[in-house]
Design a protein around this ligand. Structure first.
Ligand SMILES: [Fe+2]
Ligand SMILES: [Fe+2]
Ligand SMILES: [Fe+2]
Length: 301
């Protein structure tokens, strides 16, 4: 018999590593840019997001809290072939770790889940090996290390705006997912998850623009507002939406390029929608709280 705490800790280690894999693979996909290979890498990143989701749900079911910190992201290597080698290493580490955790955990349901994830990681490792061969054959050029490549020549102000957007989008993705995981009201949780998926789209759009301008998106987050009851969580999410709506609105004035202007204004409009949606949900929760309990004793004077 394992104690629950030990199992939660193992799953949280896996969760942090899935989180890191998502970011590492996305960075590689954005840097490689257009083409079939980048698409395939993004598809693998999406599968890692699914693993992240399953693990977080299993942690909550065990009475634990999903850890939203992430494991180590390896951005070393100076071009696509070297990056694929890093991704193969990440998969191999995951395979070893899942095997260890499967052996150490008794709970058949969790064993089954990890087994399911493990088989994905084994095919990912093979896919990355194939991708590496393809990229080598195509003579994918060395692009320089991911961390060091800045794009100062290309309108620093615009890059700054895009980069701030990347930080915001990444932060709210984590915040909304966490709120979804711990939220007792599953309908509100589902709504938050839907909007987190929309924020993932925003992150992708902005990060791709950064890459197109010759930069590397810096996928780091700002402060998360995680804890609280349902109303407090929704309030924090509304605040995040309002703050970014103000930022995007102000930044729209600074962007002249038409395509980028359209993109940012589309994202901004989504944020306004999120604000309204969350505000409606909050109003419902508050109305529910105000309703007198059917079983409440009449007040005695
Ligand atoms: Fe995974
Ligand atoms: Fe967004
Ligand atoms: Fe939003």
């Amino acid at each position: 018999m394992n104690d629950k705490q030990a199992v939660v800790e193992m799953l949280n280690t896996d969760l942090r590593d899935e989180h890191a894999a998502v970011i590492q693979y996305l960075q590689h996909a954005y840097a490689i840019g257009e083409g079939e290979e980048a698409c395939e890498i993004e598809a693998i990143a999406r599968e890692e997001m699914r693993h992240f989701d399953w693990l977080a749900e299993a942690i909550v079911e065990l009475g634990g809290k999903p850890d939203m910190e992430r494991g180590e992201v390896d951005l070393s290597g100076s071009g696509p072939v070297e990056w694929m080698a890093r991704d193969i290493i990440a998969e191999e580490k995951a395979i070893t770790q899942y095997k260890e955790h499967i052996a150490a955990i008794d709970d058949p349901k969790i064993k089954r889940l990890l087994q399911r994830i493990l088989s994905d990681e084994e095919s990912h490792r093979d896919e990355f090996a194939d991708l590496s061969d393809e990229l080598a054959e195509e003579g994918a050029e060395a692009l320089g290390p991911l961390e060091a490549r800045s794009a100062e020549e290309a309108a620093p102000q615009v890059l700054d705006i895009l980069q701030q957007g990347v930080h915001h989008e990444y932060t709210v993705i984590l915040q909304y997912l966490y709120h979804n995981f711990v939220m007792p009201e599953c309908e509100i949780g589902r709504e938050l998850e839907m909007q987190a998926i929309n924020e993932m789209q925003h992150l992708g759009w902005l990060a791709e623009e950064v890459a197109e301008l010759g930069g590397h998106p810096d996928i780091e987050r700002t402060a998360l507002s995680l804890e609280g009851d349902t109303a407090q969580m929704l309030q924090a999410d509304i605040e995040a939406e309002r703050a970014v709506t103000r930022d995007y609105t102000r930044q729209l004035d600074e962007i002249e390029e038409e395509g980028l202007h359209k993109l940012l204004s589309r994202i901004r409009d989504h944020e306004i929608y999120h604000d309204e949606l969350f505000s409606d949900l909050l109003a419902e929760v508050q109305a529910e709280e105000k309703k007198p309990e059917a079983t409440a004793e009449p007040e005695v004077e």
